[in-house]
Write a protein that binds this ligand. Structure first.
Ligand code: SAM
Length: 281
């Protein structure tokens, strides 16, 4: 492993705003962010109070929590934290050297309403209590184009069922991607499970969309991968939807058949799969 990566890994171990596979955190995130803002440090996770996010709780004391999945350097987590100081944001990713970037910026700027969890997204239900999360952003996740890898797509129903375990009723998921295939796949999932679409566009920055009432300032945040324009399409796809229905496992077989019918041609995505180095950065 390179020297630079080792230095970043060592740094995040000291950061209060980075947790690696933290245990016993469900229900504690509101208390965690209170401590992050004022100390004392180091924060003892065992001593944080658990707040049940149910109807009997005083909701005014609880700040909405938004996640950025596959956050990489965490541009969305940090950008949203700047925009909404009265809400809390968590970026999740497996790569510590990428998380280091966002966590370092937050530390430097004194932004205390954003933190990061280093983990596999598959483990996500270990970290949150029922109703603890208000919204999820999935930003430029790996499109996992091979059919055999469809279950690794972060908008596969397998993952949506995990998110549903801790999202508030009507909780919103945002997907931003440069991959037309991942966008189409996600739309197929949404239609099959009859979820509610709030906004969908295959060209986020076209003038008509930017000038429409569906545009908002959150959409202007740009991530590192967005800037790379790997798909060479110059088209960012965006879909905002609610996981507001049951997601019966029986329908996964139908999904498998539907996506097998997608013709995988020499799209930008196919090119991306061939040319993207295994370990970027
Ligand atoms: C293409 S990068 C996008 C990073 C960032 N969102 C951006 O737009 O610049 C995809 C990120 O997803 C992370 N990732 C992919 N699968 C993951 C998983 N199962 N669990 C955690 N992180 C994952 C990778 O480590 C990588 O940082």
């Amino acid at each position: 492993m390179g020297q630079k990566k080792l230095i970043k890994f060592a740094a995040i171990k000291q950061y209060e705003n980075v947790l690696e596979n933290p245990q016993a955190m469900p229900g504690k995130w509101n208390s965690f962010f209170e401590k992050l803002a004022i100390g004392p440090y180091p924060i003892s996770l065992d001593e944080l109070s658990v707040i049940k996010n149910n109807t009997t709780t005083n909701h005014s004391a609880i700040k909405p929590l938004t996640l950025e999945l596959a956050c990489g350097r965490g541009e969305y987590a940090v950008g949203l934290a700047r925009m909404f100081p009265n809400q809390n944001f968590l970026g999740l990713d497996i790569k510590g050297n990428r998380i280091w970037k966002g966590a370092s910026i937050a530390n430097k700027e004194g932004i205390h309403n954003v933190a990061f969890v280093r983990t596999q997204i598959d483990q996500i239900t270990n970290y949150f209590d029922t109703n603890e999360v208000a919204e999820i952003w999935v930003t430029f996740p790996d499109p996992q184009l091979r059919l055999s890898k469809a279950k690794k797509r972060l908008t596969h129903p397998k993952f949506l069922r995990l998110y549903q375990q801790f999202l508030q009723p009507g909780g919103i998921v945002h997907l931003k991607t440069d991959s037309p295939n991942l966008y189409l796949f996600t739309k197929t999932v949404i239609e099959l499970f009859e979820l509610t679409v709030i906004t969908a566009t295959d060209n986020l920055y076209e003038t008509a969309f930017v000038q429409s009432n569906q545009w908002n300032e959150k959409l202007s945040i740009k991530t590192y991968y967005e800037g790379l324009n790997i798909a060479s399409s110059n088209r960012i796809h965006y879909i905002q939807f609610k996981i507001d229905k049951d997601l019966p496992i029986a329908k996964d077989e139908i999904l498998k058949e539907l996506i097998a019918e997608f013709e995988v041609t020499e799209t930008h995505d196919a090119k991306r799969e061939r040319t993207l180095p295994k370990t970027e950065e």
